[in-house]
Each structure stands twice: as C-alpha cells, then as structure tokens.
Design a binder for this molecule. Structure first.
Ligand SMILES: *[C@@H]1O[C@H](CO)[C@@H](O)[C@H](O)[C@H]1NC(C)=O
Ligand SMILES: *[C@@H]1O[C@H](CO)[C@@H](O)[C@H](O)[C@H]1NC(C)=O
Ligand SMILES: *[C@@H]1O[C@H](CO)[C@@H](O)[C@H](O)[C@H]1NC(C)=O
Ligand SMILES: *[C@@H]1O[C@H](CO)[C@@H](O)[C@H](O)[C@H]1NC(C)=O
Ligand SMILES: *[C@@H]1O[C@H](CO)[C@@H](O)[C@H](O)[C@H]1NC(C)=O
Length: 480
C-alpha cells in the first residue's frame, strides 16, 4: 500500500493531524493567513479517510493567549465578519494568537464524499482540539473559545468536554436549550416582540399581521393574483394557492432576517442594511398604513420591507419568491440527528384547534415533530435524537444540576434576540456568567464595537474582557 505523503509525515511525527498546503493571505484581513489541517474523517472509530479543515490564523505574541473561534454551520469567512470584537479589539488588547477554525462539512472544509455519518458535534470538537494541539505554543498558554449561535454552543461544549484544553468560553446567543421548546414558539415570538417594540409605532406588528391576513383572504380570489404579482414584483407568475402561501413564507423569512440583523449601525451580512433596520421597516409600514388605508396599501408596505432587505442596489428587476434563504443540507442533517431545534408559528389568535395562538404575528405554521422525523427518515434515513444534547452535554431542563461542574463560561443573549428563549438565562452556578443585553439582537456582543452601541452592550463587552483576563491570569498562576 502506498501511503499519501502527508499521511507518512503524520505517522512519523506521531500526530493525528498535520498542517498542509501553503498559507495564503486572507482577503478580508491580510493579518490573517489561510491554512488547512488534514484531520482523520473519523476520530472515533478510526474509519479511513481524511478531511481538510480550513482555518484563518493570526499569530500574536507567543506569550499571549490563544483565541479560538469554533466555527459553526457557515463558511468560516462569514463567522469572521461577525467577530470584530475579537479581531479588532480583544486581539490587540491581549496580544492573542487568533484562530478561526471551520466546522467540518461547511464552507471549504468538505470531505471528498458527502457521507454525513461523520458530521457530528463530537467529531467537530475533536477537529478543534486536534488543531489546537498544534497551534497552542505551550502548556502555559491560556486558550479561550468563542462562538455565536451554533458555534457558540460549540464554544461552550469545548469548555465542558475539553477543560484541559479550553480555559474559558464565550457562548453568545447560543440556543443550547432549543430542544426544550418542543413547539418551537420562541423565535417567532421574539421577532414579533421586536417589531412591537420598535420606537416608530406600537402598531407595527399589527400591520404585518394585517398584511399576512390580507394575503390569506386573497387565496380564494385568483382573479387578483396578477395584481399581487404587480405589487410584489415577483419573478414568477402566481398561479395557485401554493404560490400565495409561498409569498407569505418568503415575506416571513425577510421579516425574521431583518430582526436577526437589527444592529445599531450600517451592516452587511447578506446585503447592506441601515442602522436599526426593524425601525426602518416599521417606518415604511407606517407610511403605507396611514389613513386612507386599504388592503393594497397595506400590501405595498409589505413589499417595501422586502425591497429594503433585497434591493439595496436598486438593481433587482424582480423578486424570486422561491429563493428563500435555506441553511442547506449539512445543517438539516445535524438537526435530524443531534440538534433538533423546533420552530413553529402560531399567529395572533388562539382557537380550539390552535391553542398556541397569540404567540406571534405570522401565518400559522405549527411545528410537528412527527412530520420532521418523517422528513429526516426520507431524506437522510436517520431519526432525530432530541435527548442527545442533554445526555452528552448536560443541556437539560435542569442545567443547574447537570452543569453544576461547568465553569468559566459566559452565556450572553439579547433582549431583542430571536434565539433568547433557547439561551441559558439563569446563572447555573457562581463559576459561570449570564449577560442579558438590553436592546440587543443576536450575538451582537461579538461584533465590532461601535459608538452607536447601547450602554448595556458596552457593559457586557467590558465584563467579557474582564472575565477573559481573569481566566488568562488563572492559567498563568496555575502553571507558574
Ligand atoms: C502586548 O504587546 C505590546 C507590545 O509587544 C506590549 O507593550 C503590551 O504590554 C502587551 N500587552 C499585554 C496585555 O500583554
Ligand atoms: C509543560 O511542559 C513542560 C515542558 O515541556 C513539562 O516539563 C511540564 O511537565 C508540562 N506541564 C504540564 C502540566 O503538562
Ligand atoms: C434601542 O436603541 C435605539 C437607539 O437608541 C432606540 O431607537 C430604540 O428605541 C431602543 N429599543 C429598545 C427596545 O430599547
Ligand atoms: C429595486 O429598486 C429600483 C430603484 O428604486 C426599482 O426601480 C425596482 O423596481 C426595484 N426592484 C424590485 C424588484 O422591486
Ligand atoms: C439555578 O440557579 C440560579 C442561581 O444560581 C437560580 O437563580 C435559578 O432560579 C436556578 N434555576 C433553576 C431552574 O433551579
């Protein structure tokens, strides 16, 4: 058998993974270099095969700490752009070496065969640990993990599973308890709250509900479908009920995205958005819901919200309502195995057949675990295991007990954060810290500090820095 050269090198060095390829400069920030690490595809059973894991690395002071961003369900460049607090502030303050490690099966870190059986959190955490083994300069170096949303879950898991490698973790907007919301009410409820809290008009969420109701009523009026095509500038012609339902779901995803990216400054995640875009959306809705109002002006307001989110260049000729942002297959697989995260919509009205009505402003789309399981079985041949995260990581209804030995973890979440009801909100024990950030959306604490940030956000960042410094100092004194 002829072994590939890198494998021989790995055997000779007695290590599990090795750096491969030439470092190239990372376009978004030339202080960072791109490196690939070859990891076994299977750390657990030792099945053969390898996967190249991408990382963005900036070498700081050899005596400084290492900050590791535990990549989640996105290309690592996307995570990098949402982590300016680390790259533009903390790194400089603490002379840290920073490494953003991509999660296996995402971005450029995909295996040669798309066989999802090796896509598990345990394998991903082992990739991180194995790569850190090569990057961390000495056993006196403090290593701090960071992440937001799913990658924030991984940052917390790293500290819980590998406390000998990770000295502390910042888990921002990490939906660690999502599986406990068995009807998936949380996300839609917070988004509706965000629009109702807009400082423009308390009726903002009502106008949105009105718009969805008008669309529901128009389902039975096919002669008006052409007028809807004109109002919403759809690329498709609207032909049947399914198209109108799709129009509602497309608008829903836009309204939810605007809440996720409700930052205090101009941002550019999937396209430029103005500061506080929820307020801007509500201003547009207000304009078209002033008397004299009719159903077409209310719908025009809904169109304007879509236009705000999708047409920043002013060059969109039409809107493809079937092009809804989807997370993609690997993330679907992860939800179908270890990370089931129910998401449902129940609308504003409670009825006998819709007992959770009153939860949110959206068209009714209840979560069904049975349907989800069926989908997982037919698409991937797997069955979700909702207890996995509780048994394996202690993320249970009793986190106070199951995580009683956890320490040096910050769990942060925002008042306006759609993930907030899935986040750990009570301090588990005195060794962990919860930051509730008023007037803040998802994971905004990890983003680049801005003069427009609310006071509470500045406070949270300051205290995160203080805790990180304490973890670093504790490591130094324990290894001195
Ligand atoms: C970081 O490095 C600079 C220059 O090498 C040094 O002046 C500063 O004290 C260091 N800061 C910390 C927190 O170690
Ligand atoms: C740290 O590394 C030094 C030098 O390699 C070694 O002597 C020491 O035992 C190590 N300490 C721990 C706690 O592993
Ligand atoms: C958040 O801050 C912005 C800007 O200061 C303000 O317009 C808005 O009303 C605040 N929202 C909440 C919910 O406090
Ligand atoms: C995008 O904006 C331009 C300029 O305001 C407008 O003419 C165009 O109709 C918009 N596109 C869509 C799909 O609404
Ligand atoms: C967990 O402990 C904290 C105090 O550390 C307490 O405030 C909270 O209510 C407890 N939660 C539960 C579910 O017991």
């Amino acid at each position: 058998m002829v072994l590939p050269l890198f494998l021989i090198a790995g055997l000779l060095l007695g290590v599990n993974s090795i750096r491969v390829g030439n470092a190239e400069t990372f376009l978004l920030n030339p202080n960072y270099q791109v490196e690939y690490f070859t990891e076994p595809i299977d750390h657990m059973n030792r099945d053969s095969g390898f996967i190249n894991i991408k990382a963005l690395i900036m070498n700081g002071s050899p005596s400084g700490p290492v900050f590791v961003y535990t990549g989640g369900n996105h290309p690592i460049e996307y995570e990098f752009q949402g982590a300016g607090f680390i790259t533009e502030y903390l790194q400089l303050e603490l002379n840290a070496t920073v490494i953003f490690i991509e999660h296996r099966y995402y971005g450029d870190s995909v295996p040669s065969e798309e066989d999802y059986q090796y896509l598990t959190t345990s394998q991903a955490l082992y990739d991180f640990a194995d790569i850190l083994d090569q990057v961390v300069p000495s056993n006196t170096t403090a290593v701090i993990a960071f992440g937001s949303v799913y990658s924030g879950m991984l940052a917390a898991f790293m500290r819980i599973k590998y406390p000998h490698i990770i000295d502390g973790a910042i888990a921002s907007s990490a939906p660690l308890l999502a599986q406990l919301d068995t009807q998936g009410t949380g996300f839609s409820r917070v988004v509706s709250y965000d629009y109702s809290m807009s400082n423009v008009n308390q009726l903002c969420h009502i106008w949105i509900t009105d718009g969805f109701n008008i669309l529901s009523n128009l389902i039975s009026r096919p002669t008006l479908y052409t007028a809807l095509e004109d109002t919403f500038h759809t690329c498709q012609s609207l032909n049947d009920m399914g198209d109108i339902v799709q129009l509602q779901d497309w608008l829903t995803s836009i309204i939810k995205s605007i809440a996720l990216y409700n930052f205090p400054y101009v941002s550019n995640v999937y396209g430029p958005l103005p500061p506080w875009p929820v307020n801007v959306a509500c201003q547009l809705l207000q304009k078209y819901n002033m008397a004299p109002v009719n159903q077409w002006s209310t719908l025009q307001g809904m169109y304007e919200v879509a236009n705000l989110y999708l047409n920043y260049t002013g060059r969109a000729t039409c809107f493809d309502i079937y092009n809804v942002f989807e997370e993609g297959q690997p993330w679907m697989y992860q939800q179908c195995t270890e990370l089931m995260m129910p998401m449902g919509q129940y609308g504003p009205i409670k009825t006998a057949s819709n007992p959770l009505g009153g939860n949110d402003m959206f068209p009714v789309r209840p979560w069904s675990t049975a349907q989800f399981i069926q989908m997982c079985q037919s698409v991937f041949g797997v069955t979700p295991k909702p207890s996995w995260i509780s048994v394996n990581y202690g993320m249970s209804a009793n986190v106070n007990e199951t995580l009683q030995y956890a320490s040096n973890i910050v769990f942060s979440y925002g008042q306006l954060d759609p993930f907030k009801y899935s986040c750990i909100q009570d301090e588990i024990n005195p060794q962990t810290t919860v930051f509730y950030i008023r007037n803040a959306t998802t994971a905004v604490d990890l983003r680049t500090p801005s003069p427009n940030d609310p006071q509470t956000l500045m406070y949270a960042r300051n205290h995160e820095e203080i805790l990180i410094s304490q973890w670093i100092a504790a490591k130094a004194s324990s290894t001195a």
